[in-house]
Ligand binder design. Sequence first.
Ligand SMILES: NC(=O)CCC(=O)C(=O)O
Length: 264
Amino acid sequence: MRISLIQMDVAFGDPAVNQRRVAKKLAQVVEREHPDVVALPEMWNAGYDLTRLDRIADRGELVEWMGQKSREYGITLMGGSIAEVKDGGHYNASYVFSPQGDVVAQYRKLHLFRLMEEEKFLLPGPEGPVTFPIGGYRAGMIICYDVRFPEMVRSLALEGAELLFVSAEWPHPRLNHWRILNQARAIENQMAVAAINRVGSDPNNTFCGHSMVLDPWGKVLAEGGEGEETLTVDLELAEVARIRRQIPVFEDRVPHMYRIGVSP
Ligand SMILES: NC(=O)CCC(=O)C(=O)O
């Protein structure tokens, strides 16, 4: 499975500019790399311009557009996440589209990141995470801060996810957290991880890039720098089953013994 990650800058609060940028980068990556899957970063339509969401959040048009693009190029499009208005609230929402242009999965960010004031302007997704089929395997997706919650990713692995997409707007000074958390989720769940971060700055943060693809052994197959670039990797997801046989973590779990007792 050939995966391309589009590590890009995001114009603050300007969905039209961002849509044009994504259109151009998608066309380039499809022509040059011939990927099966293309993935985008978090909140790529609006950035963290959260005070203006009522004017700039998507009302369905971008979801339709991403579906058209995935069909036009015959790719699976992991659409990162976008700020959207739905059910009367604002959400940080991810969509995945099949090569036929259909929505195969959607997830609205559950853990809102207070350091960037998400909880003041967004609602937590009401559905929880999902898995979805991808090229004969299963994948799951989370959004940025979610990567700090290992129990959520473990739930996805227990539901069969072999590949995890993490879309992010992850800023400095926490680059080491970003790298280590993604690697930890790959190693402990014996799953491949495709983690896409943005680059550039907004009025409050400078984002650290370093998008990365990890194999299910936790090995870094590709890692970006701090500028705009596209990472393309041929992922061998059959490795997941091999590694899970070699070190059978999922068979060796004893979850009914993990409740902590109190010593007298
Ligand atoms: N957009 C986010 O959720 C950022 C999360 C983050 O930076 C972190 O340290 O966690």
